[in-house]
Design a protein around this ligand. Structure first.
Ligand code: MV4
Length: 447
């Protein structure tokens, strides 16, 4: 087992990893930018190294400085958390070259899954359902038009280097193709330095349901139940829950098995997520594979009573999975509390938290790095805490969340708490009747 892990991240996830390391008897090294000197991850780690100025590019994305910090502290592994360098093939490779275990995917895995068209081809070959579309990349506009006729409109053109909705367009008819083709390619070239595009049938009003998986060094994988992440706004998840209200035992088994096929096909090592689109007929299609611990891993931990970060560290150290699959025993919901003004288009609201009081009691979990008098820096993402409830049923988890949101006091900045309070009152949400389009029509009422 590792003796010392450097956590190449900040905020709640840095703290989350430090906590598990402490429980495992592993020493921890925090790295921080000058904007985060007062952050809790710096306080709670055994050692801390400043790696640069506030800007991410010069600190949390600064590979030479992070490797230097690992070397001077003698860390034998690096946990990258999510975001930042967590899915950076170059970083994974450099860690390996310096004799530091990267607690995440190999450079080959990251590159293979990062190219969406080739990941899709790999999955199709492994027998994982994929959205019908172009067999590979589209050569030019004429090829796109010809392919769309076969796929049948509406279609989607997607950047092979894409993710998070960038370089992606819905095309409803041939006369729209040229404009979308040009703009999507331009956007992809600018964002990713790669303008390769592929095509899929457009799935209208899908649900986003992902399967947590784990794989070990023998090539064996297991599934660990699903998360419904359909409540999103501009590709930012707002609420996640498990089980999905749309799930059936039969669908869970089919999706779980497909996710295991996906993981085993690429000999996936570590914890990961296979994302699917699920249509109204409960047909599901592979979308992406995430090779990191995700923000919403918490709800899975609650319903299967299992520490996923501990598992991640154990698998990186060469331990094997138990071989069984994990099924949800409870219901868990997570509300992301962001420093944003929900009444003004979710505009970021950094600054000082003057008053802070957390809810508590049975079935409540809060993962956060903030405290009273903490100043939220403007340089990073706006998530300040994750409020998680767990209960026997969905109804109880919702009621508990309403009670917790009412108790939660954050003053000095705007937060998304009032949004969550309104969302939980929504009839469609309460009925579990929502898709990825839900937020497009949800109206936030001025309090
Ligand atoms: C789709 C789709 C409909 N049909 N693909 C959005 C992000 C990227 N990972 C894939 N995305 C989508 N791909 C086909 N063929 C709809 C989306 C989509 C979406 C997916 C998951 C969660 C939220 C979404 C919001 C808008 C569009």
């Amino acid at each position: 087992m590792f003796k010392k892990i450097l956590i190449a991240n900040r905020g709640e996830i840095a703290l989350r990893v430090i906590r598990t390391c402490k429980e495992m008897g592993i020493s921890t090294v925090a790295v921080y930018s000058t904007a985060d000197a007062d952050s809790l991850h710096v306080r709670f780690a055994d050692e801390a190294v400043c790696i640069g100025p506030p800007k991410s590019a010069e600190s949390y994305l600064n590979i030479p400085n992070i490797i230097a910090a690992a070397e001077i502290t003698n860390a034998d592994a690096i946990h990258p958390g999510y975001g930042f360098l967590s899915e950076n093939a170059k970083f994974s490779k450099i860690c390996g070259e310096n004799g530091i275990k990267f607690i995440g995917a190999s450079p080959e895995m990251i590159d293979g899954m990062g190219d969406k068209a080739s990941a899709k081809a790999t999955m199709e070959k492994a027998g994982v359902p994929v959205v019908p579309g172009s067999p590979g990349l589209l050569k030019d506009l004429a090829h796109a038009k010809k392919t769309a006729k076969k796929v049948v409109y509406p279609v989607m053109i997607k950047a092979t280097a894409g993710g998070g909705g960038k370089g992606m367009r819905v095309v409803w008819s041939e006369d729209e193709m040229e404009d979308h083709w040009n703009s999507a390619r331009q956007e992809s070239a600018a964002a990713f330095g790669n303008d390769g595009m592929y095509m899929e049938k457009f799935i209208e009003e899908p649900r986003h349901i992902e399967i947590q998986i784990a794989g070990d060094c023998t090539g064996k994988a297991c599934h660990m139940s699903e998360r419904d992440c359909s409540i999103q706004r501009r590709h930012q998840k707002l609420v996640e829950e498990t089980p999905s209200p749309f799930m059936t035992e039969e669908l869970r088994e089919r999706m779980g098995e497909a996710a295991v096929r996906a993981a085993e096909a690429v000999k996936y090592e570590g914890v990961g997520t296979v994302e699917f689109l699920v249509d109204k007929n409960r047909d599901f299609y592979f979308m992406e594979m995430n090779t990191r611990i995700q923000v919403e891993h918490t709800i899975t931990e609650e319903v299967i009573n299992f520490d996923l970060v501990k598992e991640q560290i154990k698998l990186a150290a060469g331990e094997k999975i138990s071989g069984k699959n994990y099924y949800p025993q409870l219901h868990s919901i997570q509300c992301r509390i962001n420093a944003e003004d929900p009444f003004n288009g979710f505009r970021p609201s950094p600054g000082k938290i003057t008053t802070y009081h957390e809810p508590g009691g049975h079935g409540i979990r809060i993962d956060t790095h903030v405290y009273a008098s903490y100043v939220i820096p403007p340089h990073y993402d706006s998530m300040i805490s994750k409020l998680i409830t767990v209960a026997q049923t969905r109804e109880e988890a919702i009621k508990k969340m309403e009670r917790a949101l009412d108790e939660y006091i954050i003053e000095g900045i705007k937060s998304t708490i009032p949004f969550h309070i309104q969302l939980l009152k929504d009839e469609k949400f309460r009925a579990g009747d929502f898709t990825t389009k839900f937020m497009e029509t949800f109206e936030i009422k001025e309090n």
